[in-house]
Write a protein that binds this ligand. Structure first.
Ligand code: ATP
Length: 267
């Protein structure tokens, strides 16, 4: 079953001359991991805003489980790059708060569940620290634990690992896969990333967006069975082929844009 459907969706922000995205049609099945790559300004975050129900499309329709999306809801959790933790709450309390707010747990059981989630992200020892006392990578771990405390069926993630270093990024990717599969039903994930390797490692499908205006150039199926082994994957000629294909789709667009600026000469 399709969890999320974009049907010929376009969005022009009020006062803007050009659309941010145009004629987007995309289906993300229940439990599917979809990654989105594309250059800056091609409408990836705008698409997250549309799926989250924070922005209404100018035209076209967006559905969640077959029903039109009319606004934000607890069925879709959003993770941004900038952690968005409450600075006045400890790591543990940030998660307890999410559990209570979503009605998933209360009292002692919320505390126990929050301890469990913090230990899953390897942060039990810093449970009493405030976000300002944690490193960027730690803050993002707490933010992910808090998002998964909501146990939403759909996760909309906008460059969630953009601000963390390479080592933390790898462990956060592993954590995300662990949480995606979860204890029972797989979540539906829509992940925006600038990192082609991240998309190839994590996703079932990759939507390649291109700008001017933002649209989907191609949807690529990632055929590698799971669990994937990072180091074996990068040696696979199929992996290299897909990586090159995505790069050339993106570069082609940049070259076309440059040719337009240059009046078709010199490149
Ligand atoms: N709130 C807004 N109001 C007006 N225009 C906006 C708004 N948000 C985004 N835009 C415009 O929409 C276009 C797409 O922006 P968007 O942030 O969706 O791109 P993106 O692909 O996520 O970029 P990046 O990779 O840099 O985050 C840009 O031209 C941007 O200026």
């Amino acid at each position: 079953m399709a969890a999320l459907t974009l049907d010929s969706v376009s969005l022009t922000y009020p006062g803007d001359e050009h659309p941010a995205v145009t004629d987007l049609s995309l289906t993300i099945k229940e439990g599917e991991f979809m990654a989105v790559v594309g250059p800056s300004g091609c409408g990836k975050s705008s698409t997250i805003g549309l799926l989250a129900g924070l922005t209404a499309p100018t035209s076209g329709r967006i559905y969640l489980n077959g029903l039109p999306i009319r606004g934000p809801g607890p069925d879709r959790a959003i993770v941004f790059q900038d952690y968005s933790l409450f600075p006045w709450m400890t790591a543990l309390d940030n998660i307890v708060f999410a559990l209570k707010e979503s009605g998933r747990a209360s009292g002692l059981s919320a505390e126990q569940e929050a301890h469990h989630l913090l230990s899953m992200v390897g942060l039990s020892s810093v449970r009493s620290k405030y976000p300002g006392e944690l490193s960027g990578g730690m803050r993002q771990r707490v933010a992910i634990a808090r998002a998964f405390a909501l146990d939403a069926p759909v996760y909309l993630m906008d460059e969630p690992f953009g601000a963390v270093d390479a080592k933390n990024r790898v462990s956060l990717q592993e954590l995300l896969l662990q949480l995606w599969v979860g204890a029972g039903k797989k979540k539906t994930v829509f992940l925006v990333t600038h990192d082609i390797d991240e998309a190839l490692y994590l996703a079932d499908h990759i939507a390649v967006f291109t700008p001017g205006p933002g649209r989907i150039k191609k949807i690529i199926e990632v055929p590698f069975p799971r669990p994937r082994r990072r180091f074996l994957l990068v040696q696979d000629p199929l992996y290299t082929g897909l990586r090159n294909e995505i790069l050339s789709l993106l570069q082609q667009e940049i070259l076309e844009e440059l040719l337009e600026v240059e009046g078709g000469s010199g490149i």
